[in-house]
Design a protein around this ligand. Structure first.
Ligand code: ATP
Ligand code: MG
Length: 415
């Protein structure tokens, strides 16, 4: 019997993990400079939380969730993290903290989808959520941060798509008009869209089926999609958002009236960032405003806006930075001395390794060179007797004897 990683999951191997660490460090710096604090929530929650918080008519909940029973309770692996963060926000009374509350997270998400390039069953998201600001300045800040994170990684061919899907008040009118326009052609839409027609007609705009996309472009339907049916306060929100974006130098975006996003709880601003260097799975970031969610999940009425970036998708695009080389490799006849000195130099802030085999010096030196370390600290019989080290610079090949660790540091100071 051989075991393999499950379909749609991947091991992040030792020669890849530095890329992940790099992405995590860079994004942490950008987000914490903007006063976002990290939140870590559990990777499983009550299934009910996602059914309500993401929406049970969404593909994510209806088709893609990993659920399991334990002692009669239905639990689910998180397919996204907004619902979990909002649950924690409510549970810990975070509305009492100074407003706005700005949070960021990173971690694995789980969706049972058909694995393909850019699409896994366990994948990682980096995300932010900003609670407590109803005006569009908050939308602008989070959009700017997403663009900053992505451009920091050298992703240039980014396209920001924006839409305003209205509020629960004006959306009903829009939904009705859309349904009327679709009705004569409903039988030509896919099975999923026919269901969406009843449960959440806006989601039809998100359908990936070519035939449905074509039908939506027919004049009667297109007219409704492009007609500005949202209410005046929602229009004003959008106008102001565009002014804030201009101040932040974000001007080359596309307004996409078909953009509705996959989750049920969005209102007003929704956005997506795509990168055309990726193939068909070209979305790197999705987000929007979700003012109704906190109260819908039992908390006090709190406006909120956020986004999530798909980490695997950006990793596939960036040139990996060089891994950090080891500082010191200890070469010695005595494993005890090697261990002890590795420990000593690490305490002083250097990275150090040793050969655990007790092999011949020449073999150990070979290993030291291969390790990529900058220096070999050689501790032979003679050195041990005289309390000295032979230091070999593994880049230049230069070698010299120094008095103990103090001598070694003095030598480093001269280099
Ligand atoms: P898509 O349309 O590609 O399915 P989505 O709307 O389902 O995306 P979101 O829920 O908005 O995705 O998640 C935000 C980001 O997470 C996406 O833009 C994408 O980069 C990434 N993502 C989503 N699903 C996956 C997956 N199965 N594998 C890898 N990355 C994913
Ligand atoms: Mg999806």
């Amino acid at each position: 019997m051989t075991y393999r990683a499950q379909k749609g999951t991947k091991d992040i191997l030792p020669y890849e993990s530095h890329i992940w660490q790099y992405i995590e460090q860079v994004s942490k710096k950008i987000l914490e400079d903007a006063n976002y604090k990290e939140i870590r929530t559990p990777i499983f929650e009550a299934t009910e939380l996602f059914a309500r918080g993401v929406g049970d008519s969404t593909d994510i909940v209806a088709k893609e969730m990993y659920t399991f029973e334990q002692k009669g309770r239905s639990l689910a692996l998180r397919p996204e993290n907004t619902a979990g963060v909002v649950r924690a926000f409510i549970e810990h009374g975070m509305h009492r903290l100074p407003s706005p509350l700005k949070l960021w997270y990173k971690g694995p998400m789980f969706r049972y989808e058909r694995p393909q390039a850019g699409r896994q069953r366990q994948f990682h998201q980096l995300g932010v959520e900003l609670f407590g600001v109803s005006g569009p300045s908050a939308d602008a800040e989070v959009i700017q941060l997403a663009m900053q994170v992505l451009s920091e990684f050298g992703l240039d061919n980014l396209m920001l798509e924006l839409n305003n899907i209205g509020c629960p008040g004006c959306r009903n009118e829009y939904k009705n008009r859309l349904k009327q326009a679709i009705a004569p052609k409903l039988s030509e839409f896919c099975v999923d869209c026919r269901l969406r027609y009843e449960r959440n007609p806006l989601r039809i705009l998100d359908c990936k089926n070519e035939k449905c996309i074509g039908l939506l472009a027919s004049p009667g339907i297109e007219q409704v999609i492009c007609g500005d049916l949202i209410c005046e306060p929602c229009k004003e929100h959008f106008r102001e958002l565009r002014e804030y974006l201009e101040v932040l130098n974000i001007t080359s975006y596309k307004i996409n009236k078909r953009l509705v996003r996959g989750l049920d709880y969005y209102n007003r601003t929704v956005f997506e960032i795509t990168c055309n260097e990726l193939g068909s799975q070209n979305a790197v970031c999705g987000g929007g405003r979700y003012d109704p969610l906190v109260s819908m999940l039992g908390g006090p009425d709190t406006p909120a806006v956020g986004w999530a970036i798909g980490m695997e998708r950006i990793i596939s695009l960036i040139a990996p930075p060089e891994g950090k080389p080891l500082d010191i490799f200890i070469v010695s006849d005595s494993l005890k001395e090697a261990l002890k000195n590795a420990f000593e130099v690490r305490k002083l802030g250097f990275s150090a390794d040793l050969d655990f085999s007790g092999r011949k010096f020449s073999k150990q030196l070979e290993k030291a060179s291969k390790s990529g370390a900058k220096y070999a600290l050689i501790l032979g019989e003679e050195e041990l007797r005289t309390n000295t080290f032979t230091v070999k610079n593994l880049v230049s090949g230069e070698q010299q004897r120094v008095a103990g660790l103090a001598g070694f540091f003095k030598l480093l100071g001269h280099n």
